[in-house]
Design a protein around this ligand. Structure first.
Ligand code: FES
Length: 79
């Protein structure tokens, strides 16, 4: 399994409602969203798929240490 290659700070997006696939491998060209690179690169990782119910700013965890992934819970600031 290839280690994730994200940064240490969340990506904040003005999200729209609907089904979202957030990248967990860090190789996507469209972060924070999955673009299928995890499969093409054989990382053994998969995106986290969630349904966003309401529009608004969402902080997407990039440090992989949040206790509430895919959402940031501030853990990155303690690393
Ligand atoms: S491209 Fe990274 S999880 Fe899909």
């Amino acid at each position: 399994m290839t280690p994730a290659k994200h940064g240490t700070r969340p990506i904040v997006v003005d999200e729209t409602p609907g089904k979202k696939a957030y990248c967990q491998c860090g190789l996507s060209a469209n972060l924070p969203y999955c673009d299928g690179s995890h499969s093409r690169e054989g990382t053994g990782l998969a995106p986290i798929v969630v349904t966003v119910d309401a529009p608004g700013n969402k902080a997407i965890c990039q440090c992989h240490q949040s206790g509430n992934r895919p959402w940031c819970d501030g853990t990155h600031s303690k690393l």
